[in-house]
Every structure is written in structure tokens, then in C-alpha cells.
Write a protein that binds this ligand. Structure first.
Ligand SMILES: [Mg+2]
Length: 266
């Protein structure tokens, strides 16, 4: 696979892509993409200048914004903290989606009950491990291990896999510094992005929207891989040779902000 192109060095190509369709769907992860992860994932917050540029973008009638995160929708709204009607939020990797007065939330009671039971069991089991946080999010649960020792991480992983053998239809997804357990259904950041696209233009959405997607983590690959030639996928990484479905890369959150400022001037 060819190296990624640096986003700020390829703005004229990007501008052509944006002009190929009427409107823009701007999909964004939060932690590590819009907000730097300094200590722990949960503590990541975007700067005021990032928030200001996103607020301006939300006022642009040509752009639809959607924040897509592993956080709960509640936590995501709280950290984004932008008052605008032109924003969609997809929490829990797309299990919860709302915006434009519409709700697309997952509602399989049987699967949700299994998640609740496993979560209870495993949080109890892991309660003695210092540095391991158990984040309950109704649809999925994340076991966040940002500060525990590597050998402990391995034992958390195997204990989780062992516990899941008792339940059909639940799986583990590995993220940056976390294990997430979730119903084994076709919901991910890519599906969430498509749900929002279809909200505006039904199945024709790709004909009307150039999609930009910004993300730094494995779960973002699910969204990046749904993009087409005229779309703009951006991975936040220091390494342009990293294996990714993104065509472009930005080195850090600051470069993402610079890109969004450029977008705001179009
Ligand atoms: Mg992230």
C-alpha cells in the first residue's frame, strides 16, 4: 500500500474533491483526533480554538457535522460542548445516534441484557486491578487499561475471552488502551457514518455528499474503509507508512485544527 499523503500538502486535490459534490459530510472521532490524549482517554478535551472552528463549521450550510466516538453519547456531547442544531452525535461506536431531531439508537433488549450481565461479572472480577477502569455504556462496556502493566493486560484479555464463551452474540473489540465488549451486530463507525448520510439523502447520499472522515484509532478504520475515491479519509498518525484505509494523514491534533480552519475558509 502506498504511503499516506500529508493532508496540508495536498489541499488543492482535496478542494477538487470537495467541489465534486454539492455538500460535505464531516465525520470526526474525538479522542486523539480533535483532542489530544495526554494522560487518559477519558480526560481528553479539545482546546477552545478547536471548539471555535468546529462551531463555525456547524454554521456552514454546506457542511453536516457528525462526531463518532466510543464514548457514550452523553459523554460525547459533554466534551464536544457546542450548541448547534447542525450536529449529529454517534456514541458507543454507533450504537447510539441522534441529531436533527431523529434517534437511530440500537434497541435489542436480549443483547443489552447479556452485556449488562457480563459487565457486572467482569467489573467485579477486575475490581482489584489497579489502573484498570471499567466503563459501562449500556450498549457496550470498555475495560480501559491505560496505566496497567503489559502482563496484566494479557490476563485481562484472556479472562474476558473466557467469560464471553458462555454467551452467544457478544464479542470483544480491541481499541487503543482498551478492550470493548459489544453485541456482535453490524454496527461500527462506518455504519454510523452511512446512517447519517442516508438521513439527509436516503440511498443517494453518496451522490450529494463528499465525506471527510478524521480518526486516529482502529475503530476509525471501519469508517475510513467505507470511503470512495472522491472522499477524504484522514488518519492521525506520525507514520505515513502506517497500514490504514485513509489516503491522507495528519501528524497530530494541531494539524487537524489547521485543516479544519482551511475548510472553514472555503
Ligand atoms: Mg480516537
Amino acid at each position: 500500500m502506498a504511503d499516506c499523503l500529508h493532508i496540508l500538502n495536498n489541499l488543492s486535490e482535496i478542494s477538487e474533491k470537495l467541489n465534486s459534490r454539492e455538500k460535505i459530510l464531516l465525520g470526526m472521532d474525538h479522542d486523539g483526533t480533535l483532542a489530544e490524549i495526554i494522560t487518559t482517554l477519558v480526560a481528553a478535551r479539545m482546546t477552545e480554538s478547536m471548539r471555535n472552528v468546529l462551531y463555525s463549521l456547524s454554521k456552514n450550510p454546506r457542511i453536516h457535522l457528525v462526531f463518532i466516538s466510543g464514548r457514550t453519547i452523553e459523554s460525547l456531547k459533554e466534551v464536544v460542548n457546542i450548541k448547534s442544531n447542525n450536529i449529529f452525535y454517534a456514541g458507543n461506536h454507533g450504537f447510539e445516534i441522534d441529531g436533527d431531531h431523529t434517534d437511530y439508537t440500537f434497541n435489542d433488549k436480549d443483547a443489552l441484557e447479556k452485556i449488562r450481565t457480563i459487565t457486572e461479572e467482569m467489573c467485579e472480577k477486575f475490581s482489584g486491578i489497579e489502573g484498570l477502569d471499567c466503563e459501562k455504556k449500556i450498549f457496550t462496556t470498555s475495560f480501559i487499561w491505560s496505566t496497567i502493566a503489559p502482563e496484566k493486560q494479557e490476563s485481562v484479555r484472556s479472562e474476558l475471552s473466557e467469560a464471553l464463551k458462555k454467551y452467544r452474540g457478544i464479542r470483544i473489540v480491541e481499541g487503543k488502551k482498551l478492550f470493548n465488549i459489544r453485541p456482535d451486530v453490524n454496527i461500527n463507525k462506518g455504519i454510523a457514518l452511512g446512517t447519517v448520510g442516508r438521513h439527509f439523502y436516503k440511498d443517494e447520499w453518496r451522490n450529494y455528499l463528499t465525506t471527510i472522515y478524521l480518526g486516529d484509532d482502529n475503530s476509525d478504520e471501519d469508517a475510513l474503509k467505507t470511503l470512495q475515491d472522491n472522499d477524504i479519509g484522514v488518519k492521525i498518525t506520525e507514520n505515513p507508512s502506517e497500514t490504514t484505509n485513509a489516503k491522507y494523514y495528519a501528524k497530530n491534533v494541531n494539524e487537524i485544527e489547521e485543516f479544519l480552519m482551511w475548510l472553514n475558509e472555503l
